[in-house]
Design a protein around this ligand. Structure first.
Ligand SMILES: *Cc1c(COP(=O)(O)O)cnc(C)c1O
Length: 367
């Protein structure tokens, strides 16, 4: 599958970056040039020096730190990765968009994705005019299909997206297969680890130095419970991070998001407490759901949700649950997910209610 017998001494990031991106002179924000001199009088960014109508919160009259240094230091400490190898985006979705912008020439380059998987890889690719090639995961256990992948990779293959644990299937992609792709592919591999904290598997982020073509995506939206703040994390070589910083919008993470994320990251005890509860609820849900006769299969999960195959039309069950005011994700239209629902792990009470309603429905349809 290699274009030219890749070995890392040959890896040339420059050759993968689009010419127009190489030629951009980035916007230099006022706050980058003088951010250290806190006592100065700032008349450089056309902010409102009198403050906002929020009176006692008036620090929001200033633009936020464009490079989010303080927040990055917290994340660096947490993940044991240097801040120079961390990029923060307005959600992972911003980072996916930036990756396409940097590497994928519209109408020329292709991106390879492995359905069923996260929808944004394809949507973002189409927005950027990438040719998105889909190689389905294997039907038995949702793993990578190497024979098919080898067939489609060509000289214009720039990006491969792997999601592990995968959404919506919930399983981990086998580690040695991920490593094989990273090592053999001469383009950029994006490994989306949005759900890694729920998995027993190790993150690739700690080994980022071994893989110059790897970008690991993580997020504060799932295990950290901060979906509303919109903070996605990319971990990659300092070179790749440099290009992301160069083309991002200058103030991509608001001051409110930065401040609150810093506070949350300081409370690791509560994070671990919630994580432990989610994991034990996942096992509980798995056991309960497996015992319901109308449920054909509960797939193994390393994430905070379960993919469940129903013995009959999942749409009808979905509708019934909506009527009972429980919203799950109907995934029937997705390839290899026929009659499947994706159910996020809720609190114990929420899970009990859901199980009760599914049991109720199962009784009904038998009559
Ligand atoms: C939820 C999710 C994300 C997170 O996206 P954010 O924009 O950071 O909230 C990323 N990838 C996958 C596969 C997800 O399921």
């Amino acid at each position: 599958m290699n274009k030219n017998n890749n070995n890392y001494s040959d890896f040339n990031l420059y050759s993968l970056i689009r010419d127009n991106i190489l030629n951009v002179d980035p916007y230099i924000s006022a706050r980058i040039e003088h951010k250290k001199e806190k006592k100065s009088i700032f008349l450089d960014a056309n902010e409102n020096s009198f403050g906002s109508p929020l009176s006692f919160f008036n620090s929001y009259n200033r633009y936020p730190d464009p490079l989010q240094q303080e927040l990055k230091e917290k994340i660096s400490e947490l993940k044991n990765i240097s801040t120079s190898k961390i990029f923060l985006g307005n959600g992972s979705d911003e980072i996916i968009d930036l990756i396409y912008r940097i590497f994928s020439r519209p109408e020329i380059d292709n991106t390879i994705i492995f359905p069923p998987t996260y929808g944004m890889y394809e949507i973002s690719g189409k927005i950027h005019g990438a040719n998105v090639i889909k190689i389905n995961l294997t039907e038995e256990n949702y793993q990578l299909n190497f024979d098919e992948i080898k067939k489609v990779i060509n000289n214009n293959s720039k990006i491969i997206f792997i999601c592990s644990p995968n959404n919506p299937t919930g399983n981990d992609i086998k580690r040695n297969n991920i490593e094989k792709i990273i090592k053999k592919f001469t383009g950029i591999v994006v490994l989306d680890e949005a759900y890694i904290d729920f998995s027993e598997k190790k993150s690739f982020s700690i080994e980022i130095d071994k893989f110059p073509n790897l970008i690991v995506l993580q997020t504060l939206s799932k295990s950290w419970g901060l979906a509303g703040l919109r903070i996605g994390i990319a971990i990659a070589s300092a070179d790749i991070i440099h290009w992301m910083n160069k083309i991002k919008h200058p103030y991509n993470i608001s001051m409110v998001s930065q401040k609150i994320a810093i506070q949350a990251l300081e409370n690791r005890d509560l994070f671990f407490y919630h994580l432990k509860n989610i994991l034990s609820e996942r096992e509980y849900m798995k056991t309960c759901l497996s015992q319901i006769s109308t449920i054909k299969k509960v797939y193994p999960s390393s994430a905070n949700f379960l993919l469940v195959k129903i013995n009959f039309s999942s749409k009808n069950l979905y509708q019934y649950l909506v009527e009972k005011k429980v919203i799950v994700r109907e995934r029937s239209k997705i390839i290899l997910c026929n009659n499947c629902l994706r159910i996020t792990i809720g609190t114990h009470e929420e899970n009990e209610y859901l199980i009760e309603k599914i049991k109720e429905y199962s009784k009904k349809i038998k009559i």
